[in-house]
Design a binder for this molecule. Structure first.
Ligand SMILES: Cc1cc2nc3c(=O)[nH]c(=O)nc-3n(C[C@H](O)[C@H](O)[C@H](O)COP(=O)(O)OP(=O)(O)OC[C@H]3O[C@@H](n4cnc5c(N)ncnc54)[C@H](O)[C@@H]3O)c2cc1C
Length: 376
């Protein structure tokens, strides 16, 4: 009997996990990958779309191009998960697995933030970034607030990137002298594990006149003002929001979460249910919610599943280390490498912004497109 491996979610984690399993096991396992969408989108390409660098069609990587030996990719919506029985219900049927991996990412919760509306004034969903990309060209100057409604949220540097890219945008249109950009962030600094990176970002903000308000979150968006948890309000003509993030309803309903996220062993990603793993943004590992960390976790789980099938010791451990590229404006990119799990505390190394690092970032995307979809 072939082992039956069920992977929920074909995002960063699910794509890497199924690809790694397929490479090692081929047709020797029955791997089912389920996603409700028809395509994968790199998180950072939402920023490209927001500022008109790319269209929605350009950033979508269709699942029709994903073909791996031993893997069936099904387009279904998951409606219930019974972790104990490793039984998953979708809009099309029921799947029962020997090993279950949940990689459904983070969802957005706007219920606690009046005035923030999915698909309208946030840039974290594809619909929101697409909508705002049509709003931004009408901006004629005034107050821009890039506002985060809660932490943890995906890709900690992304709001700072948004502020810097917005500055580029207004500068190119001659609106710099009539625009004020403010970033409101619940984190104390833009990238807390790397003080050097935070210093560089705050230096770039100062040069451009961007205001950073840390340790603060947006609690409401009302007309032309934004309310903060400090009790203050900011004037706002254009709000570019980051909604509160949390695990999807189906994961919460399965009783898998504590305080909004799925507790796991950070080194093996196993949940409290043996043979059930949580990979990527929905897992509480102490590591940031970013694709590069989801990928490292996915490789770890894949290595241990392969060892289990081969009756070998399961020795792989989640590295919790990765590189994040940071858009710095003026066509330059910086990089921060952060290792969260190997030492006593997280440790980051900063690589200053340059045009050369843009080539690196493009290679990061194209290598994944080639690996997962056979495309450049
Ligand atoms: C603006 C922005 C910029 C970013 N920049 C970077 C960056 O530069 N570098 C980086 O590493 N990360 C970046 N990220 C973060 C990155 O996109 C995520 O951390 C990463 O995608 C998480 O991978 P995942 O596998 O956990 O979830 P996802 O990639 O989100 O995949 C989850 C999948 O589950 C599917 N799904 C959810 N619910 C259901 C259901 N009920 N039924 C069926 N399918 C379902 C979804 O369709 C999705 O395909 C950025 C994110 C944003 C928003």
């Amino acid at each position: 009997m072939k082992p039956n491996i069920l992977i929920l979610g074909a995002g960063f984690g699910g794509l890497e996990l199924s690809t790694s399993l397929s490479e090692a096991l081929g047709d020797g396992a029955e791997i089912t990958l389920i996603d409700r969408s028809d395509s994968f989108v790199f998180g950072y390409s939402k920023l490209d779309m927001l500022f008109g660098r790319k269209t929605e069609a350009m950033i979508r990587n269709p699942y029709s191009a994903f073909a791996k030996p031993g893997v069936s990719l099904l387009r279904e919506t998951i409606t219930a998960i019974d972790a104990e029985a490793k039984r998953v219900t979708t809009d099309k049927g029921v799947h029962v697995a020997d090993v279950l991996i949940i990689a459904l990412g983070a969802d957005y919760d706007v219920s606690g933030t009046p005035g923030i509306m999915l698909g309208l004034n946030e840039f974290y969903s594809v619909a929101g970034a697409a909508h705002l990309s049509k709003v931004i060209p009408d901006f004629k100057g005034g107050d821009v607030v890039v506002g985060v409604c809660g932490a943890p949220y995906k890709c900690p540097p992304a709001p700072a990137e948004c502020a810097l890219m917005m500055h580029d945008y207004v500068k190119a249109r001659g609106l710099e002298s009539v625009t004020r950009i403010t970033l409101v962030n619940p984190l104390p600094t833009p990238v807390p594990p790397s003080p050097e990176t935070s210093k560089a970002i705050l230096g770039a903000f100062e040069e451009r006149g961007i205001t950073f308000i840390g340790n603060t979150r947006v609690t409401a968006v009302e007309g032309n003002s934004v309310r903060l948890d400090s009790g203050e309000s900011l004037p706002c003509d254009l709000f570019l929001g980051v909604p509160k993030n949390r695990a999807a309803d189906v994961v919460v309903a399965a009783g898998l979460t504590e305080n909004g996220w799925v507790p796991v062993d950070p080194y093996t990603l196993e949940t409290r249910f043996p043979g059930v793993y949580a990979v990527g943004d929905l897992a509480n590992t102490g590591v940031p919610k970013a694709g590069v960390y989801a990928e490292g976790a996915a490789r770890t789980v894949a290595a241990n599943i392969i060892s289990m099938i081969r009756n070998e010791a399961q020795t792989a451990r989640n590295p919790g280390a990765g590189s994040c590229y940071i858009e710095f404006g003026a066509n330059r990119i910086a990089r921060v490498d952060v290792d969260f799990l190997s030492g006593p505390k997280p440790f980051g190394t900063y690589h200053g912004a340059s045009e050369a690092l843009r080539v690196d970032k493009e290679r990061f995307g194209s290598s994944r497109r080639a690996r997962w979809f056979g495309q450049l």
